[in-house]
Design a protein around this ligand. Structure first.
Ligand code: HBI
Ligand code: FE
Length: 319
């Protein structure tokens, strides 16, 4: 007879993904970029001893389990020298360039020039101040996993030092960037509140929303500035951990725009020089509020949530 084969069902693009219920479920995160090999333009590309050291430190991170203390590392005199150089250089910038919250929190960690701080000690201080913690990670985490960690008040931090040939430069996160840029701010409750809302939103975000949240994170947590009177002060880790970036931000070579999480965010630039545009928060409280408002609009349109997110987080974000 004349009946045709039934037309195929139209494919509905549905992504099924398990929403992490706990930090343990964020654990099997993919590490992007640097594994056994460093990129050709990395300062340590030709340094086998450096690469071996990196691999040994990465193994510690891979073996770490949630709840265990972070293993202490004995840093070499070369690594201590890098830390010393970077700390001395940057410390001088903070009185004028860093925001008040950073200046209040920085002394809590009592950084010493001749001792590379241990992640475990810093994590204990954060727990006491804001309830946040640090987990060691082998390298650049996939943005989804990285952001998901924030929902569980956890900051994934690298534990290796940048290459000694270029103490004032690193193409990837390293200890100096994490400890001087990120860790002090995580002792401030309003800042933590803001970062937490990004993390919670990421739990049930689809891929395009993750991309948007990654940019929001980039233009605030990495490169944000906050108003103090009519002055702009740095709270972004990429500014606080770079002498050149701080100078650039402060000497008027860039322009400033109010931060709006709803707006289409510009392209993130990773390596090519400094930011030409910085986003400004009126205050952390205001920023945290704006972000929470934005996040409450995030619904998971294209995913089927396999298990519900329990508690407040799910109610705030997904319903
Ligand atoms: N991974 N280890 C590590 N450290 C970061 O600072 C980091 C990351 N992955 C992604 C990321 N930062 C952000 O740039 C956003 O993609 C969330
Ligand atoms: Fe960073």
């Amino acid at each position: 007879d004349g009946t045709k084969a039934a037309a195929p069902e139209p494919k509905v693009q549905t992504e099924v993904r398990r929403v992490p219920q706990s930090l343990e479920e964020v654990d099997n995160g993919q590490i992007l970029g640097f594994g056994a090999d460093l990129a050709e333009d990395h300062p340590g590309f030709k340094d086998q001893a450096y690469k071996d050291r990196r691999m040994a430190i990465a193994d510690i991170a891979r073996a770490h389990r949630v709840g265990d203390p972070i293993p202490r590392l004995e840093y070499t005199s070369e690594e201590v020298h890098v830390w010393n150089t970077v700390l001395r250089e940057l410390r001088g910038l903070y009185p004028d360039g860093a925001c008040a919250e950073f200046q209040r929190c920085f002394p809590l960690f009592d950084f010493k020039e001749d001792v590379v701080p241990q992640l475990e000690d810093l994590s204990q201080i954060l727990k006491r101040e804001t309830g946040w913690q640090i987990r060691p990670v082998a390298g650049l985490l996939h943005p989804r996993d990285f952001l998901n960690g924030l929902a569980f008040q956890t900051f994934h931090s690298t534990q290796y030092m940048r290459h000694p040939s270029k103490p004032m430069y690193t193409p990837e996160p390293d200890l100096c960037h994490e400890l001087l840029g990120h860790v002090p701010m995580l002792a401030d409750p309003d800042f933590c509140d803001m970062v937490h809302s990004i993390g919670v939103a990421s739990l049930c975000a689809d891929d395009s929303q993750i991309w948007h949240l990654t940019k929001i994170y980039w233009f605030t947590v990495e490169f944000g500035v906050v108003l103090e009177g009519d002055e702009k002060k740095a709270f972004g880790a990429g500014i606080l951990s770079s002498y050149g970036e701080m100078e650039h931000m402060r000497t008027g070579k860039a322009y400033f725009v109010p931060f709006d999480p709803h707006a289409k965010q510009p392209k993130m630039s990773y390596k090519d020089g400094y930011q030409n545009r910085y986003f400004v928060l009126k205050s952390f409280k205001d920023g945290a509020q704006k972000l929470r408002d934005y996040c409450s609009d995030i619904t998971p349109p294209d995913i089927m949530v396999e298990r519900e997110i329990s508690g407040q987080a799910f109610k705030e974000i997904c319903m």
